[in-house]
Design a protein around this ligand. Sequence first.
Ligand SMILES: [Zn+2]
Length: 118
Amino acid sequence: MNQKLAEENKKKLLDEAKRIRTVLGHEGKLDGKGEFPGEYKPDFPEVGREEGENASEVEQYASNLAVTQDLEDKLMNIEAALKKIENGTYGVCEMGDEIEEDRLRALPEARTCKTHAQ
Ligand SMILES: [Zn+2]
């Protein structure tokens, strides 16, 4: 593993994790009353109370939920990558081979090489 790249990516990953936590904190609210206490719930926007407007309200909610889920997934991958940097296994594909350097530059939290990404 290219140690310099690992160090560069560690910084990127830490910055990105911080950014995602900020976004999740702003865009979702912690209500602690859901199925999973303490998780972030996306805002449910009051688009309108007319019958015909409920559909867009639901669509908006679904899209916020998808964004929140994407960010949570990404944060999980980032934390896994940071852990790998700490224990010296960063850059190893989940299938056991090496992840290409250009892939790691483009996607520091990549879990797999290009071959196994599909
Ligand atoms: Zn692989």
